[in-house]
Unconditional design. Structure first.
Length: 278
């Protein structure tokens, strides 16, 4: 296994120490380091198993080691970083148990949001989703996997907004770190997968456009569970990224379907608007 080191050589942004008063400076520095390192782990810029040099990170950000240690402790609580006393820190390996837990949370929340939105149809949301679809299509055409992932986030945040609760996207994004690591790994130059995800998004938007909530919910369920289909392929391609003992695939059943139905009756809705665009 090739071990990379995350240090000052990786272009970390210098932090402006004058951005806040002395009382809030330590908090600011810790949060900036935490957010940036977390983003690099989730995006795959830092791969599972990469070593993290506390001194190197501190030098790269232009801060002392204290906010770096605090940021890494926070990441360790999320199990994104492993800290071994007297040895150092490293990016945690992908634990599929955490991935499955995050996927379950995501499915429950997104399908509930979709069902809640069915009770008060909003044609504008379909227009917005269609716009996000066109952006995804452009990302595929330009063969930009990172941009496709960003557009995918926009699409699913729009679905969450159907609930009428503005904080749902923040909750799902916070709970999804381990799942998102796997999503990012799977999308790296995998344009066939991007086409498949785009196709599922299009079917979902078309179902919403004609008021077919049952079809939209079924499509979203299958779409979110696609992660289970490519997990084995990823483990074969990158066994060094994963915790050695893989858990059994969870039996999700139809409990979430029943939850969705409780939000919306009948299972169809009226939401006339323009068809999803290319």
């Amino acid at each position: 296994m090739i071990v990379r080191f995350f240090s000052e050589t990786q272009g970390m942004p210098q932090i402006n120490r004058n951005a806040t008063g002395p009382g809030g400076q330590r908090h600011l520095l810790r949060n900036r380091v935490y957010c940036d390192v977390r983003g690099r782990i989730v995006s795959g810029d830092l791969s599972p198993g990469d070593q993290i040099s506390i001194e190197g990170v501190a030098t790269g950000y232009g801060v002392s080691r204290t906010p770096v240690r605090e940021a890494l402790l926070q990441l360790a609580e999320e199990e994104l970083v492993v800290i071994v006393p007297q040895v150092g820190a490293s990016v945690s390996l992908v634990d599929l148990r955490k991935v499955y837990e995050a996927q379950f949370v995501r499915e429950v929340l997104e399908r509930a949001c979709l069902a809640a939105g069915a009770k008060v149809p909003n044609p504008d949301i379909v227009v917005s989703l269609s716009k996000a679809l066109r952006a995804q299509r452009a990302a595929i055409r330009e063969r930009e996997s990172a941009e496709f992932y960003r557009c995918d986030e926009v699409f699913h945040n729009l679905l969450c907004s159907m609930s009428g609760h503005s904080g749902i996207s923040k909750i799902t994004n916070s709970a999804r770190a381990h799942l998102d690591r796997l999503r990012q790994l799977s999308l790296r130059n995998n344009f066939g997968l991007m086409e498949a995800l785009y196709g599922e998004h299009r079917i979902l938007v078309e179902a919403l456009g004609r008021g077919d909530f049952a079809k939209a919910d079924q499509t979203l369920r299958d779409h979110l569970r696609r992660i289970f289909r490519y997990t084995d392929e990823l483990r074969q391609r990158h066994p060094e990224f994963f915790v050695e003992q893989a858990p059994e695939l969870p039996a999700l059943g139809d409990a979430v379907t029943e939850l969705s139905r409780s939000y919306s009756s009948p299972e169809t809705m009226s939401c006339p608007t323009r068809a999803a665009g290319n």
